[in-house]
Design a protein. Structure first.
Lengths: 643, 160
């Protein structure tokens, strides 16, 4: 990797971004009255190339050009010799805006529908059938986090260098190249280490990098922008109706999911596929109708938030299973234990439930789930006497990772492995921002080709010829690339003895030959216990029990940390407090049955949301189980029920 | 105003707005990669630095209070043996803070170990200043106790 140029801070420009706090306004004019030779104001009109960020087949505006589409959109950028001058100058910017309530709806795909079977009961049967309905809501949320990141751009000869934290190098290159009308080969990216809890380093750093690149062209000096990361989650509403027989066995189900993606779409077709995978229930049905509808609104565009619809959809399914259990007067644990294997679908194969049951039993036993569930139900109406109310929720499911097979085939993200004449193995891939994972990959590859010599496996430094392995989202770099690397290493181990060296194997960054859209791997169960006290109504999670069964475990310590972080950040994301005496009990077992690597981040997120919504339902019923929850919302529901 | 202070062992004479918070001085004026958080004083707890050896949230310290003070950011602290002890404790417990709060949490772990705080409730109370929810309370207590054991082990060896 090219080294960062060490330039003086006195010879650079510091940039600040101005974001709108409202929407529905037309921009008439933006001016800086006291613009001197040391300051630069950049608006959409000053971008020499394209003001659109190309994101797969969609585009989104980088800076507001004619009208402000959503709150938080970048209106302009101001560059000055230091941040204090930039902040002072920023206050003098004059923006002439006029009211424009019209909303230009971006193109959204048609509703995705999936169904099988037909259930037409006769009159006698109809009389015995029961109907269970549920509504699961996760509201749209968009706010800056406290995490600041810095993007620095500078020119060296004919190349523009950009230093930024990012999850997809190619997107930064494309955005900057399009904005300054340079070829992509002239953009050099220096990746900064980062941790993206909510995939906040995927889209925004690309926009900020493009703006910094434009500033470099305009000023001729290195430019730096400091910006806050943004958490932006789409709004979700899932409505589900199940017809069961008199014993509570589901026969027919209709589910509709509506997703509010805000002002710009986020690969909506893929979102629909991922969401549908989560919506399909684990139990067999005679008839199923599912639909996922994507809508737009004048809200901040949704981003990946560690998931692309699967987690939320699976959480809604788990929420509904608990409602089905209650309708049959069984505990959710006992009801789940009786679920039979579902048939094969286009989205997920019909998997064996034995391992999933094992995780359920382990988590339920450790938490004494059944006893607590009955006790909480018994004390549900004693809030005023006890001064607190407790709830316990359980959710169990299987994990997926990466993009769907259809999407992976179309995107064609690739990498290449070469056995050189010096008997080394080189890997050409853009997936280089997991140094710990590279150590594991080296060992895995050397075991297949040069056993005991991981030092002979080398990952090539980024260059113009680096192959794009795609964005580092949905755990696809770890979960999807690992089996592909192993498979390529097996092929290369044969080819190196048969063909003239050097010999190369080009492979997809993700398996594109799966019969379903996704392959399930890994099972988990999460049990969450919550308490709400009468004084402040703060929803507090007192303990979480999680049990996981995986096909293989690459690094137990990092896996445990990743699982704990995923659970803890989801609890905070759902509006719950984590007290000082919070307990987390985590059990992880590797079966070693196959080499599939599963993504636990999205699964744990799904199950934590599911367990929390079920616990909240036990406490506050249907009205109070909307997420994210808050003390004011619970006070309204519980306070009213007390009266 | 002109402020003379020592940051990470370097004696500096800075020309600053008197109310500029230390967190912004570190990131903007010094261009340090340390302290990637700025919550505008909303107590996110991720900008902890050592001022005269005591942990403080740098977003709450205005520039005029820096005169004559010795400030150690995580950039300076990571080169010390004290930081290596905490890294060993992370490895021993098998739990690590996330990259967002790594710096602040390590600095607070250091102050707890230095002050020999062993009480569970007190440890968690001190660490609750960090609003990042990436770590299990049990792991945090274990890290502090492990860190103390590592340091006391070193002292014992020195005495012998």
């Amino acid at each position: 990797m090219a080294d960062r140029k060490n330039f003086s801070r006195y010879k650079m420009r510091c940039g600040m971004l101005m974001r709108s706090d409202s929407c529905g306004r037309k921009i008439e004019e933006i001016t800086l009255p006291k613009q001197g030779q040391y300051t630069l104001l950049l608006t959409a009109k000053d971008i020499p190339g394209s003001n659109s960020l190309p994101f797969f087949s969609d585009t989104r505006e980088m800076m507001a050009s004619e009208r402000i589409a959503y709150p938080g959109q970048i209106i302009c950028a101001l560059f000055a010799p230091d941040y204090e001058i930039a902040a002072m100058q920023m206050r003098t910017i004059e923006a002439k805006l006029s009211e424009d309530e019209s909303f230009e709806e971006p193109a959204m795909p048609d509703m995705l529908e999936y169904s099988w079977g037909e259930f037409t009961p006769d009159e006698e049967e109809k009389a015995k059938l029961k109907t269970v309905e549920s509504a699961f809501t996760l509201s749209h949320e968009s706010h800056p986090t406290n995490i600041m990141y810095t993007v620095t751009a500078w020119r060296e000869n004919s190349k523009i260098h950009i230093e930024t934290p990012c999850e997809w190098v190619d997107l930064i290159k494309s955005a900057a190249a399009a904005a300054i009308m340079y070829p992509k080969e002239s953009i050099v990216i220096h990746q900064l280490p980062h941790r993206s809890r909510y995939d906040e380093f995927l889209i925004n750093p690309a926009i900020v990098s493009a703006i910094a690149a434009v500033a470099v062209i305009r000023t001729g000096l290195p430019c730096e922008i400091k910006d806050m990361t943004v958490f932006s989650r789409p709004g979700i509403e899932v409505r589900r109706k199940t017809i069961t027989d008199e014993d509570g066995k589901p026969l027919s189900e209709t589910v509709s999911m509506t997703v509010d993606m805000g002002a710009s779409p986020l690969i909506p077709e893929e979102y629909q596929r991922q969401a549908m995978t989560g919506l399909i229930p684990p139990y067999p049905l005679k008839e199923f109708h599912g639909s996922v509808d994507i809508r737009s609104s004048a809200l901040a565009p949704a981003a990946f938030t560690g998931s692309l619809g699967y987690s939320e959809a699976l959480a809604s399914t788990e929420y509904h299973i608990s409602r089905l259990a209650e309708a049959t007067e069984m505990t959710p644990y006992a009801y789940r234990g009786n679920i039979e294997k579902r048939r094969f679908t286009d989205y997920l194969p019909g998997f064996e439930l034995e391992d999933q049951r094992k995780t359920m039993t382990a988590a339920a036993t450790a938490s004494t789930y059944e006893r607590k569930w009955f006790a909480n139900n018994f004390q549900r109406h004693s809030f005023g006497i006890l001064g607190y109310i407790k709830g316990i929720g359980l959710a169990s499911g299987t994990g997926i990772s990466g993009f769907s097979t259809t999407f992976a085939r179309a995107a064609k993200f690739r990498s290449m492995m070469t056995y050189t004449q010096k008997h080394n193995v080189t890997i050409n891939t853009s997936a280089l921002n997991h140094p710990n994972m590279q150590k594991i990959w080296r060992t895995l590859i050397s075991d297949k080709i040069n056993p005991g010599h991981p030092e002979t496996v080398m990952f090539l430094d980024p260059s113009q010829d680096t192959l794009d392995a795609g964005p580092d989202v949905l755990s696809r770099i770890i979960s999807s690339l690992t089996p592909q690397l192993e498979s390529a290493a097996r092929k290369l181990a044969v080819l190196k003895d048969e063909e003239a060296l050097p010999v190369s194997v080009m492979f997809d960054a993700q398996n594109t030959a799966l019969p379903c859209e996704f392959q399930n791997a890994g099972y988990a169960t999460v049990v969450a216990e919550i308490i709400i006290n009468e004084t402040d109504f703060y929803p507090t999670v007192t303990a979480v029990w999680a049990d996981i069964i995986l096909p293989q475990m690459l690094n137990e310590a990092s896996l445990r940390n990743a699982v704990k972080r995923s659970i803890l950040s989801t609890i905070a994301e759902c509006g719950f407090m984590i007290p000082l005496d919070f307990e987390m009990h985590l059990g992880i077992t590797a079966t070693g049955t196959d080499t599939t690597v599963s993504s636990l981040a999205s699964l744990m997120k799904a199950l934590t949301i599911g367990a929390l919504s079920n616990a909240l339902y036990q406490v506050a019923g249907k009205e109070g189980s909307m997420l994210p929850t808050s003390s004011s919302m619970l006070e309204k529901v519980l306070g009213r029920s007390q009266i | 105003m002109k402020v003379d202070c020592t940051i990470d062992g370097k004696t500096l004479s800075l020309s600053l707005n008197s109310d500029k918070p230390l967190s912004l001085v570190i990131s903007e004026n010094l261009g340090s990669g340390s302290g990637t958080n700025h919550c505008n004083g909303n107590l996110c707890g991720m900008c902890a630095v050592l001022i005269d050896g005591k942990p403080m949230l740098s977003c709450l310290v205005p520039a005029f209070e820096l005169r004559g003070k010795e400030i150690q950011t995580f950039d300076g602290f990571r080169r010390t043996k004290a930081c290596k002890d905490i890294e060993k404790a992370y490895d021993a417990v098998g739990a690590y803070p996330c990259s967002d709060c790594y710096e602040a949490r390590t600095i607070i772990f250091h102050s707890l170990i230095a002050d020999e705080v062993t009480d569970r409730a007190e440890i968690l109370k001190e660490l609750s200043v960090i609003k990042c929810s990436c770590m299990d309370p049990e792991d945090q207590v274990a890290i502090v106790r492990q860190g103390m054991a590592i340091r006391s082990g070193k002292r014992v060896r020195r005495i012998q």
